[in-house]
Ligand binder design. Sequence first.
Ligand SMILES: [Fe+2]
Ligand SMILES: [Fe+2]
Length: 365
Amino acid sequence: MVAVTRRPEPRGPLSERLLDALDGPVVPAWRLAQEAELAVDAAGAAVLDDDDVQLSLTVLYELHYRGVAGVDDRWEWSPDLVATRLALEEPMEQQLRDLVGPTVTLPDRVADVPAALFALTAADSGPSLSAHLARRADRTEFREFLVHRSLYHLKEADPHTWAIPRLSGAAKAALVEIQADEYGGGRPDRMHATLFATAMRGSGLDDEPAGYLDLLPAVTLGWANTMSLFGLNRRLRGALAGHLAALEMTSSLPNARYARGVRRLGLPDQVAWFFDEHVEADAVHEQVAAHDLAGRLVADEPRLLADVFFGAAAALATDARVCEHLLSHWAAGRSSLRDSGLSGDSRPIAGDSTPRSRRADDIVA
Ligand SMILES: [Fe+2]
Ligand SMILES: [Fe+2]
């Protein structure tokens, strides 16, 4: 059976009306977009931190991925829902641009795009979540980290795949090369999303897609929604390419630290496979993404230069916001999740019978 996203609990008037509507038959002229305008007004400039806005966007986006439990798939292209999405996306994109604007310096020459991207990611001074997880985090914190990341990693690569039909030539070939690895090179057991599901089960967590959605704060929803915002708007394909480049360029070292944390905490070895995989794969992916994807895209479409860097900076900024959220809550002795966190919601950590079919040294980009 193909898993769908479990229906979440509403977090305000907009998500309540949206979820109520989705429970019923598809109605072509329903006025949800007006409710979206009210929700945006209520959020002010901080839509990235607004639970009602971000949950509504998550639900609207999930209709384009695997669907939401109990919801008629024809809602996907309801004109009213598309209008609602656009009403939420516009202020979200603006907030992202305001957030990252001061951090971006564009290169003067197209040939300097890869080096400028490496400089941007190297200058990222966000809080080091990976260092904390490698050296100090306890098992509860590590499991919370997996729960936050699960919103993306259980469908890893899907948001960036939206760009494939929107690119051409060398950039398209580079993106397909990266995505083929992310999807396991034809082996479902090697898919990165599958490896992440294995890590969750090995940590005593449920690997149902978006199974912990109700526990995730707006900052985490905003981090994941940023990828879908870029992915589902063709005009933002440059931002999507830059976003992927930044992800790949900031992956290898942190993943080595996450794997170290897994082993320090004595979690089952299969929890580390996902992270081990990324240490080597992304050392290759970052080169492909910087040179062949981002570099060639800007060479072919120079007007996308600013958006490539906007997307890269947005990836760093939204990730840093999530890291800051986790570290600040843990430093205060609190759960980083909504409500009471994971207590009573997880199984004992046990061995996993899933065979590992790929060793770290098998990894080929
Ligand atoms: Fe991956
Ligand atoms: Fe990768």
